[in-house]
Design a protein around this ligand. Structure first.
Ligand code: NAP
Ligand code: MG
Length: 496
């Protein structure tokens, strides 16, 4: 078997070509013995052969999570869970080079980018660790006759299933594990089939930090494993991040046993530049809002609206900046953009590019798969900007999840708002202006879960993130996220 060679930085985990799943603290193969391959999308090289879990493995993982939930974990004090989480935060930071390299190899994102996740991963775990000891019920007045006390208890909801996308693997694992550990729930987490590696390593680090076996299970597998997990009768809550289409399937699967569900789905986010914006900042930010991670970010600013009076200058500068973006080897520190994750994803993006041309759009920059030495074995697509579009065209309406920007223009703030909101999605948005009134009017008017003003793609453990409309429901991060992992029980005590 051909294996990758990245010298000293090659993660030790890849010395073992077979990667089993992690259930009840043990690395175990699929009960069926089936496997699937995971490859490096920059080179096509085989990285590992991964256990392909199915319904039987899902059942085994859920049983393990249930047993752990009812075992010592349920009696552990919040302060103990907090201590474990703080240890985990340190361990994840200490091993971040390895985790980032696993993601770089598996996903194709530049190492310089995957390493940026280190600060966030540590901060997320510490934020949720802090929340562990803040979980508390309330004593509430009542109008009952006689002397009756009423108070609430906050209890962990039980076994959580997390089903993850491939576009930010280790960050997603940490984000899903945080509220689970803080609340005292247990987890079966299914990473995406394209990027299973860093989740397995993260699961091992959880054990090393002192998370009891069975509390965090990593179930590798394909879509069928996700489907079995979301239908399993003993799963209490699903935290899904992925496409809107799969999100709909999960809601159906969850209905039969009334599981709690939160869904973080796709987007087609507007990024709106007013004539009074600071263009030195807005130009590179508008480009990277869509091209970062090869466009594979749910909240990417894929619909750019530029006010007509500055359109010509802005587009010239945007095109010039975009031509300087370095696309290539994810291990090269100079690289800004790597390949897209897989051949099917590349084909899907190229089909969108074709549709744009067919429907009358014009590629101002890019528009092709990249070829030549260093590109032919991978799935590289040029950063692409389309002009000559109207709001009804396919690439303006649908999520592409690739490095393709739809550039549009507008005249008035009313028009900008109306067109920004004319989408089935509502995940995020950007506004560039130096006018305070414009900023506030846009912030109030846009129907999306995040509005970034004079910035883009800001995330923080303390600030909620999630969607309106078809972008899903539920908010991850922020002070209230943990509520989704807790049940409220009312206790009445009559004193006479
Ligand atoms: P996806 O196709 O929806 O897959 C997401 C996860 O669901 C994967 O683990 C997948 O398994 C699994 N899955 C597939 N079919 C399933 C089924 N019937 N039941 C249960 N699970 C199933 O999404 P993706 O292509 O990996 O990721 C891209 C999408 O995620 C984009 O739409 C993007 O906008 C969205 N996303 C949203 C956010 C957010 O926070 N809002 C963040 C990141 C990404 P396999 O991989 O094995 O098929
Ligand atoms: Mg891969």
């Amino acid at each position: 078997m051909e294996m990758i060679k990245v010298g000293a930085r090659r993660p030790a985990m890849l010395d073992r070509p077979q990667q089993e799943m992690l259930i009840d603290g043990q690395r175990v193969p699929a009960l069926s013995g089936k496997t699937f391959e995971t490859r490096n999308p920059a080179t096509g090289e085989l990285l590992a052969i991964v256990a392909d879990g199915d319904a039987q493995d899902v059942d085994r993982a859920v049983k393990s999570a249930r047993a752990a939930f009812e075992g010592p974990w349920s009696r552990m004090k919040a302060v103990e869970r907090q201590r474990i989480m703080l240890r985990l935060a340190d361990l994840v930071e200490d091993h971040y080079e390895e985790l980032a390299m696993l993601d770089t190899l598996d996903l194709g994102a530049p190492y310089s980018r995957t390493m940026l996740g280190k600060a966030r991963a540590g901060a997320l775990l510490r934020y949720y660790a802090g929340q562990a000891t803040l979980i508390a019920g309330e004593t509430l007045p009542n109008a009952a006759m006689g002397d009756v006390i009423s108070h609430t208890l906050k209890e962990p909801i039980g076994v959580v299933a997390a089903i993850n996308p491939w576009n930010g693997p280790v960050g997603m694992s940490v984000w899903k594990a945080g509220p689970v550990l803080a609340s005292g729930c247990t987890l079966v987490m299914k990473p995406a089939e394209q990027t299973p590696l860093s989740a397995l390593r993260f699961g091992e680090l959880c054990l090393e930090a002192g998370v009891p076996p069975g509390v965090i299970n990593i179930l590798t597998g394909q879509g069928a494993a996700g489907a079995a997990l979301s239908a399993h009768p003993d799963v209490d809550k699903i935290a899904f991040t992925g496409s809107t289409g799969v999100g709909e399937k999960i809601l159906h699967a969850a209905a039969g046993t009334m599981k709690r569900v939160t869904v973080e789905l796709g987007g087609k986010s507007p990024n709106i530049v007013f004539a009074d914006a600071d263009l030195d900042k807005a130009v590179p930010a508008a480009a990277m809002a869509v091209f970062a991670n090869s466009g594979q970010i749910c909240s990417a600013g894929t619909r750019l609206f530029v006010q007509s009076s500055i359109r010509e200058e802005f587009m010239e500068r945007l095109a010039a900046f975009t031509r300087t973006i370095k696309v290539g080897d994810p291990l090269d520190p100079e690289t800004q953009i790597g390949p897209v994750v897989s051949a099917p994803q590349m084909d899907k993006i190229l089909a969108y590019i074709e549709s744009a041309t067919r429907e009358g759009g014009e590629a101002l920059v890019g528009g092709k798969r990249m070829s030549g030495v260093g590109y032919d074995d991978g799935f590289f697509i040029e950063p692409t900007i389309f002009t000559g579009l109207d709001d009804t065209m396919t690439i303006v309406r649908e999520e592409i999840f690739g490095p393709v920007l739809s550039a549009l223009s507008f005249d008035t703030i009313e028009e900008a708002l109306q067109r920004a909101n004319a989408t089935e999605f509502g995940l995020a948005s950007g506004v560039w202006t130096s006018n305070l009134t414009t900023a506030h009017r846009m912030a109030r008017g846009i129907r999306a879960g995040s509005v970034w003003i004079n910035c883009y793609q800001m995330l923080d453990p303390g600030v909620p993130f999630g969607g309106y409309k078809m972008s899903g429901f539920g908010r991850e991060s922020g002070p209230h996220h943990i509520e989704d992992y807790l049940e409220t029980k009312s206790v009445w005590i009559k004193l006479d």
